[in-house]
Design a protein around this ligand. Structure first.
Ligand code: ADP
Ligand code: ZN
Length: 603
């Protein structure tokens, strides 16, 4: 905004000076036309004057030969009027105009409104011109037109989504050998919708199609279409398709299509004209070109439920490709891809990192390697080792180590006891995931962490394992209780309690593990559907008696596992103390150190 004001002021000044200059010149030339009074009197007596306009002391004179000049009356000339009458000169009196005396004020007062108007006019026409220009050259501003020779991404650069890769290889084939498909009469979709969480490689897959089949690649984000000016988005869509048609075969990639493709007519304002227009234009364009024009539109979203149904109709985005977060194997492969161009030391075990990064997307893993590389440089090391990778992983999961956080020795001891409780129960309880490490270095919001590594991504949990998890979660709280007494326990177990309660609740209401309540779904939550945000439906179809029973059963599960953990910890109280000592000494303990302590060996 400041810029705009500065611009306007600059315009005002420039135009003002130009006007001032012009007016000055005119004024001067006007001034030049003044002649002395005596000459006027002479001409008057010579009968040369036709008309005078008298304005106070200034006289505008028109001669009989139509020459015009001005003159000033030097003193009060009482005889002038008589002489003029005698000589039959036409006399016109003019209103006395003071401002005439001050030419600068005249200029300012008469020109400033006009000036301001001109400035605003220039400014706004410029604005409108700019925005329309933006709309016209969609590839210059907002979207990148990259020709295939620039896209070097191939299927080899993508891992962890084998099904999606298979599906796109069909599209690649079509783009490579269109005639083969046309002969058979096969239909290749015009529109492909890639559905998956952020960072799972949707853009990457679209680029790989272009890279593999050597076609042009246009990309634009759905949010680029949504503009302030009505009609700009629609014209952008039109232009995008025009360009694409000129560059066939090609791929148009629309990221975040939900920004334009939201269901029409819903939302807080009950709809958005600009977005609706843009979406309509998109639909019109998609219907307008033939399948055999070799243009394939790929759109990406992580909210398919938000999309307008019209977009998903046959002939539009009727092919859907789902991309999920990578599993262990996928994560390891992605890590391999991203470590191709960095120097890693021989001790690095990518499968171990893959195992300990459940829920990481491809982008997270790429970020992990990048962070580790940066850390390696910072530490002035030559190769990335396991240490850097572990540190970067922890940073991504838990936030940066808070080295500066001051902790009293008392607090540190409490956290060490708490975490040791988790470790010991996790180690001893049957069927628990193997322990990975424990730390009392505070990060982000957590004060200490015990990490377990699942052997495989847990899709199915069994009863024993779930019970073990609950016991382990209470390990921290129980350790505090045993050491400090019931009255001195901390609030640090909040999250443990929350997770444990949730597991127990799910065991009973969703997974059918309760004998009493049977294998039924007791779902009392609000309707899951996300796109009904505006009219959430709450259905209560569980009786109060059943709810009471559910609560009782949850309590029972928790109590059972709590007592189990408590007994285990009491039996191994000596280990609790030695584990605490080790934690205070080293702050982080790895699997080997933990095993030694558990076997009552000195570390
Ligand atoms: P999306 O479009 O799904 O949000 P991107 O394709 O933009 O995700 O992924 C961002 C980055 O993450 C990519 O440039 C790539 O480095 C990495 N990445 C994501 N998924 C994968 C994958 N499946 N294989 C390899 N790298 C991946
Ligand atoms: Zn805890």
């Amino acid at each position: 905004m400041k810029k705009i004001i500065k611009k306007i002021i600059a315009y005002v000044f420039i135009i003002f000076f130009i006007m001032f200059f012009i007016q000055n010149v005119i004024y001067k030339s006007y001034n030049n036309n003044y002649i002395e009074y005596s000459k006027f009197i002479t001409e008057l007596t010579q009968n040369k004057i036709k008309e005078v306009k008298i304005n106070d002391k200034e006289i505008n004179v028109i001669k009989k030969n139509n020459d015009i000049y001005n003159t000033y009356i030097p003193i009060d000339d009482n005889k002038l009027l008589d002489t003029l009458l005698i000589k039959n000169v036409k006399i016109i009196g003019q209103e006395h105009n003071k401002s005439n005396n001050n030419i600068i004020i005249t200029i300012i007062s008469s020109w400033i409104p006009i000036l301001l108007f001109i400035c605003f006019w220039i400014y706004f026409t410029k604005q409108i011109y700019n925005s329309s220009k933006k709309a016209i050259s969609f590839n210059k501003n907002k979207s990148k037109l990259s020709k295939s020779n620039k896209i070097k991404i191939t299927l080899k650069d993508i891992a962890g989504c084998d099904e999606a890769k298979e599906e796109i290889s069909e599209i690649i084939d079509f783009l490579k050998y269109p005639n083969k498909f046309k002969k058979i009469g096969g239909k290749i979709p015009k529109g492909v919708l890639m559905i998956g969480p952020p960072g799972t490689g949707k853009t990457l897959l679209a680029k790989a199609i272009a890279g593999e089949s050597n076609v042009s690649f246009f990309s634009i984000s759905g949010s680029d279409f949504v503009e302030m000016f009505i009609g700009v988005g629609a014209s952008r869509v039109r232009n995008m398709f025009d360009q694409a048609k000129k560059n066939t075969p090609c791929i148009i990639f629309i990221d975040e299509i939900d920004a334009v493709g939201k269901k029409r007519g819903i939302g807080i304002n009950g709809g958005n004209d600009e977005r609706d227009q843009t979406l309509n234009q998109l639909l019109v364009e998609m219907d307008g070109f033939e399948i055999n024009q070799n243009v394939i539109i790929i759109a990406a979203t992580n909210r398919p439920d938000m999309l307008d149904n019209a977009l998903l109709r046959p002939g539009r985005f009727d092919r859907k490709i789902y991309i999920n977060l990578p599993d262990i194997k996928g994560r390891e492969e992605i890590l391999k891809i991203h470590t191709r161009n960095v120097i890693i030391s021989n001790d690095v075990d990518l499968s171990l990192i893959a195992r300990s990064t459940p829920g990481f997307s491809g982008a997270d893993l790429s970020n992990l390697i990048n962070e580790a590389a940066l850390l390696t440089v910072r530490l002035k090391k030559k190769k990335i080792t396991m240490n850097e990778l572990e540190k970067s992983k922890d940073k991504i999961i838990m936030g940066v180590e808070r080295n500066s956080m001051v902790m009293t020795n008392k607090q540190k001891e409490l956290i060490a006891f708490h975490e040791s409780g988790h470790v010991i129960i996790g180690y001893l309880i049957p069927k628990h995931d193997p322990i990975h490490k424990v730390t009392i270095i505070p990060r982000g919001y957590t004060l200490g962490v015990t990490c377990f590594i699942p052997k495989s991504d847990s899709i199915n949990e069994n009863l024993k394992k779930l019970n073990g998890q609950i016991s382990t979660l209470y390990g921290g709280r129980i350790a505090e209780e045993l050491v400090y007494g019931k009255k001195n326990i901390s609030t640090g177990a909040y999250n443990d309690i929350k997770v444990a309660t949730l597991i127990a609740r799910n065991m009973i209401t969703k997974w059918g593990f309760s004998e009493k309540l049977g294998p039924l779904l007791y779902n009392n939550e609000t309707n899951d559907s996300i796109f009904l945000e505006n009219n959430k439906i709450t259905t209560k179809y569980i009786s109060d008696a059943t709810l009471y029973m559910i609560d009782q059963e949850i309590k029972l599960i928790i109590e059972k596992n709590y007592i189990k953990a408590r007994n285990l910890l009491i039996k191994n109280i000596d280990i609790l103390y030695s584990m605490k000592d080790a934690l205070i000494k080293y702050e982080t303990l790895n699997y080997k150190q933990i095993c030694n302590i558990m076997n009552r060996k000195i570390i």
